[in-house]
Design a binder for this molecule. Structure first.
Ligand code: ZN
Ligand code: ZN
Length: 390
């Protein structure tokens, strides 16, 4: 690659300003701890790795996925102007409290995602991880689930408009269904939208069932894989491996855009799924391999949910190591562990990976329900394979 950087990592401390306050589950120090761990392992000093700071997206870019009226309300609230009906736009106590500077902070996160897409499309890097992205719940006129601007939908519209990309695959492994992305792209056959998550019967936002497969022209281009509470590595890995790779191979995208929320980890209190680092390591390696198999390695990975700093920092480090083909070490350094204790006020443990034998055999209901969800998702894959063979 003639000395060109092949891998990108998008981060700056400015991203930490997206902060709903100390009582909110989203603690952005998780990103700092992840970035510090990635650095501590020497991953950013390796040849062909480029660390890039995000820059704020423009308002015009936000409008690719949001209404002008909503953006102006966000701007007002962000600058301290009171809006009596802000709850109509999703703001208020609970999930999305108003905070000063939230418009600008959201633009920076969105800008990181767009920069990641541009870097891959311009051939600057092959793979890039933008840990500040992945706000998959935000709706056209409403904040939802800690998400103000939906950078995923903006990125997809940007790729279509500015880079003339005709086929995009979006794959989301966050514990929560990517409802905002699904709603925006439900009738669009040029985007394959795959989401594996805890079933909406048990978890916010309540959607993402197997029978949601798209509508109109987009019918057959949405694939949901809902999981039961208390799913462990075994069923998760089976479900992911049986559906994602063949779906991507049948769709043949020009670029792979992934959301790497890690809230299905057992440490995370916002879902009821109990995965270990073993599942996330497999997902990272599979995304990487499939990107090379189907779209010349063009892979943009975004962050996402994750409410245990201990799991977020370790899993995003494993992801980045797999992305740049570095072997992740076994032990966490004393230097990073000290930093972690200082910032998170808890002990991060000694090892990068969890003990994969932590959980015993899965419940029979989990096994049989996962089997059914796989069979239903498999129909979307088969229909697409048949279409391709015509
Ligand atoms: Zn690669
Ligand atoms: Zn989530």
């Amino acid at each position: 690659m003639l000395g060109l950087a092949e891998y990108g990592l998008i981060y700056s401390d400015g991203l930490l300003k997206y902060d709903f306050g100390s009582f909110h589950p989203l603690n952005q120090l998780r990103m700092k701890l992840a970035f510090e761990l990635i650095k501590d392992f020497g991953l950013v000093d390796r040849p062909h790795v480029k660390v890039v700071q995000p820059t704020m997206a423009s308002e015009e870019e936000v409008l690719l996925a949001h209404d002008e009226e909503y953006v102006s309300v966000v701007k007002d609230l962000s600058s301290g102007v009171h809006h009596p009906d802000s709850f109509r736009y999703g703001f208020g106590l609970g999930d999305n409290p108003v905070f000063k500077g939230m418009h600008e902070a959201s633009l920076l996160h969105l800008g990181g995602t767009l920069k990641a897409c541009d870097m891959v499309q311009n051939g600057d890097v092959q793979h890039v991880f933008s840990m500040g992205g992945g706000f998959h719940h935000a709706l056209r006129k409403r904040a939802s689930g800690f998400c103000i601007y939906n950078d995923v939908v903006v990125a997809i519209r940007h790729l279509q408009k500015e880079h003339s990309v005709s086929r995009i695959m979006y794959a989301d492994v966050d514990a929560h269904h990517a409802d905002g992305v699904q709603i925006a792209l439900y009738d669009d056959p040029s985007v394959m939208n795959f989401s594996i998550h805890e079933s909406g019967k048990f978890l916010y936002p309540g959607t993402g069932h197997s029978d949601e497969i798209g509508e109109g022209e987009g019918r057959g281009y949405t694939c949901n894989l809902p999981l039961r509470p208390d799913t462990h590595d075994e069923s998760f890995m089976k479900a992911f491996e049986e559906i994602f790779p063949p779906l991507a191979r049948a769709f043949k995208p020009d670029i792979l855009l992934t959301q790497f929320g890690v809230d299905m980890h057992f440490d995370d209190s916002l879902s009821h799924i109990n995965l270990t680092t073993k599942s996330y390591d497999m997902v990272a390696r599979t995304f990487h391999k499939v990107a090379h198999d189907v779209c010349d390695g063009r892979w943009v990975c975004l962050g996402g949910g994750g409410y245990s700093s201990r799991s977020v920092s370790r899993i995003w480090t494993i992801l980045f190591a797999r992305m740049i083909e570095a072997n992740p070490p076994t032990y966490l350094s004393e230097r990073w562990r000290n930093l972690y204790r200082k910032i998170a006020k808890e002990d991060p443990g000694e090892e990068l990976f969890d003990d994969p034998t932590l959980f015993g055999a899965e419940d029979a209901v989990v096994v049989s329900e996962t089997r059914k969800a796989i069979e239903r998702a498999r129909r979307v894959v088969s229909a697409l394979e048949e279409k391709g063979a015509e």
